[in-house]
Write a protein that binds this ligand. Structure first.
Ligand SMILES: [Zn+2]
Ligand SMILES: [Zn+2]
Length: 136
């Protein structure tokens, strides 16, 4: 199974192979800023499974909760954030909204619920974690 995606202007394109590791709604404050919304719908893919097939994303580096770097990869032309690289757990959290195909129908979990804005709504019937699941 090959999933493809691109930014709003199409300058940056990527693909990944296989099933995602996880599909999570993240309500952390960084995701709110980068999406202009209450959450980021992240499709988690192992770093070595994803390749950029066109263009070179720009990088915004910040420190995550772990104290390790987290890299936001975005298009330098249209500013769409395509994915967030989390090297400490070896994943890209790919934005569901930039996928061309294989859009997940729902999230598997909610993370960083503690920092959600008061107007956020959570999906039903999935685990809701204040921050991250204990096994992560
Ligand atoms: Zn673009
Ligand atoms: Zn987040």
């Amino acid at each position: 199974m090959t999933t493809t995606g691109k930014c709003a202007c199409g300058a940056i394109q990527f693909q990944f192979e296989g099933e995602p590791i996880n599909n999570a709604f993240c309500y952390c404050t960084e995701c709110q800023k980068h999406t202009g919304s209450d959450k980021w719908f992240g499709i988690w893919v192992a770093i070595d499974k994803l390749a950029f097939t066109q263009g070179e994303p720009a990088v915004f580096e910040r420190l995550g909760d772990s104290g390790q770097p987290v890299n936001h990869l975005f298009c330098p032309k249209c500013a769409t954030t395509l994915c967030v690289e989390v090297p400490v757990v070896n994943i890209y959290s790919v934005s569901a909204t930039v996928l061309d195909n294989n859009q997940p129908s729902s999230p598997n979990m909610v993370i960083y619920a503690a920092s959600a804005p008061s107007w956020a709504t959570f999906p039903e019937n999935v685990p809701v974690y204040e921050k991250l699941p204990p096994d992560l």
